[in-house]
Write a protein that binds this ligand. Structure first.
Ligand code: SF4
Length: 259
């Protein structure tokens, strides 16, 4: 297995990987659990797992609980989760023995309404996501070296180029997506095989679940994420968007941080 060499960049307070591209090629041929084991071993306490309690996250949480259960698992608490999502969080905590870290904007919904007007998600969902998700994430990841997410190429056109390992140029750390090449069917197969709990809303037509105001059920045959910000052109909350507007940058990042 190749080792990741991190090289300090004196001009910016971050570390850049010198050899992501060969690692990425190698990871394309490995099982997700091996990729995850590599990440958890390489970065130890400096890697964190992100979840919004979707099916892919459940798979990763189960794998992490088997490999390195003390890994920090965090979620972005927007105060707008469905009660069913919070019930799943509690069930997963008990079942897998994971301790969740709640990452919050520090902005209550009342404060947000006072500063930006009521129901900001209806008028300016990008700003709402930035306040409640993107900026809190950035602050939380500032002292980490790597993060793990459950995004997959088959979820939406915006995620089709997802790399298994890449440099997150928005948050300045390594990003690991061990399930990038999994299909929705593989995810559910794993869940059934291991008898893992999932959000009961999936049975009511919600394949992808985010905040209550921005999630609706989908009709049969609609894409997995069609119920997110339905009726708008928005496809991503922004936490996976890179400064160039793509979801994932190409993994070749030069040592000096330029491409
Ligand atoms: S998903 Fe909707 S409610 Fe949640 S942070 Fe984004 S715009 Fe706001």
């Amino acid at each position: 297995m190749n080792h990741l060499t991190l090289v300090e960049n004196k001009q910016r307070p971050s570390w850049f990987p010198a050899n992501l591209a060969p690692l990425n090629r190698r990871f394309e041929n490995l099982p997700a659990s091996d990729v995850l084991r590599w990440g958890l071993t390489t970065f130890a306490d400096d890697i964190v797992l992100s979840t919004a309690f979707g099916p892919s996250g459940v798979v990763l949480m189960h794998m992490v609980s088997q490999i390195r259960p003390k890994t920090a698992v965090f979620y972005l608490q927007t105060n707008l989760f469905f009660p069913e999502t919070l019930a799943l969080r509690d069930e997963l905590s008990e079942r897998l023995g994971l301790q969740f870290t709640e990452v919050h904007s520090g902005l209550s919904l009342n404060e947000q309404a006072h500063q930006f007007g009521a129901a900001l998600w209806q008028r300016n969902p990008d700003l709402c996501c930035r306040l409640r998700k993107v900026e809190p994430l950035r602050r939380y990841l500032a002292d980490k070296k790597a993060w793990i997410t459950g995004i997959r190429r088959d979820q939406s056109p915006t995620r089709r180029q997802t790399q298994i390992i890449s440099w997150d140029n928005a948050n300045h750390l390594v990003k690991l997506c061990p399930l990038a090449d999994w299909t929705q069917e593989q995810v559910w197969e794993y869940i059934h095989q291991h008898n893992l709990p999932t959000n009961i809303l999936h049975e009511e037509g919600y394949p992808s679940i985010g905040c209550m105001p921005c999630t609706r059920p989908v009709a049969s045959g609609e894409p997995e994420r069609a119920g997110r910000w339905a009726g708008t052109e928005k496809l991503e909350c922004g936490i996976h968007i890179q400064p160039d507007g793509t979801v994932v940058r190409v993994s070749q990042v030069a040592v000096n941080g330029s491409r």
